[in-house]
Design a protein around this ligand. Sequence first.
Ligand SMILES: [Zn+2]
Ligand SMILES: [Zn+2]
Ligand SMILES: [Zn+2]
Length: 312
Amino acid sequence: EEKTRETRPFVPIGMVRLSTGLSLLLSLSFTQVSSRCSIQTTRSSPEILGWRSKGLRSRGLGHRGVTQRESWKVGSARYNAEQQAPVSKSKTSSKETTNSGYKKISALEQAKAVGVAGTMTALSYSDSVPVPIRLLLLTYMIWSSAEYLFHRYAMHAPYNSWGDKCLRNYNRLHMAHHGETNEDMTMREGFNPHGIYFSYKTSAISMLAGALLLTAASEATNIDASLVTILSSTVLTSIIYGLFWNRFHADSHEVKLEYNDGLPALDFLKFDNKIAEWLLANHVGHHDVKGVGNYNIVLPGADHVFGTYYER
Ligand SMILES: [Zn+2]
Ligand SMILES: [Zn+2]
Ligand SMILES: [Zn+2]
């Protein structure tokens, strides 16, 4: 007789995992950043070889070549959201091209990106594709979309909107980051270094959110990955992502940071290839268009799909 029905647990295991993860995520998100940290800030010339001289910015200062060893103290490393003056939402320019030549992609380019995303989705549903590849596809799509959505709807949420209300600390910190960035991507004196890197707490939040989304996606695609598979791949992804982000973002703003409350910006992670050049042009564009596009930073894709990618 059919016994499989009786052995099925009353509450599906996926639901148990999802709700456990969700409550962990919520409790972590609502705790304030309270870790005391020491941060050493140094201005440095870009590790990414001569990107200025390659004409990424028309109004840039040109490659300095000399490392300015100017450090300054960060008084209280604790970030206080209330002290941060709200930066008014940047107005979307009616022009499609900015002064430095960043231009929105065409509808055709966007349609191609939608096609690629559709193919990736179809492959992740297909039984004839090996499970590790399906998981890899899902992981990329999840992390690229999450990077996009969080940056667009939380960090750039309009002042006092729901996204701003729920994730005010991230929003204020990031609005300050835009305000503190000079036109040539260097940082103003006295900038808040927390706007440059992921703290351990932020990495933990990204890891939990990633695990939740991958659980949901693996249920939806009938991969039925084990908890061990999901957790180990997500831990690995969040560490790689955090290391890459912390190194890349500091580099694009020409600062060197040493801190004890986040994954380090490792020196040996050198990015002086075509991919790094592309990513850099992408993030320079994000600051150039005043945060109305190029929300992806290290995992491109979602911007193209949503039609908010600007290129030169
Ligand atoms: Zn800190
Ligand atoms: Zn930036
Ligand atoms: Zn931004």
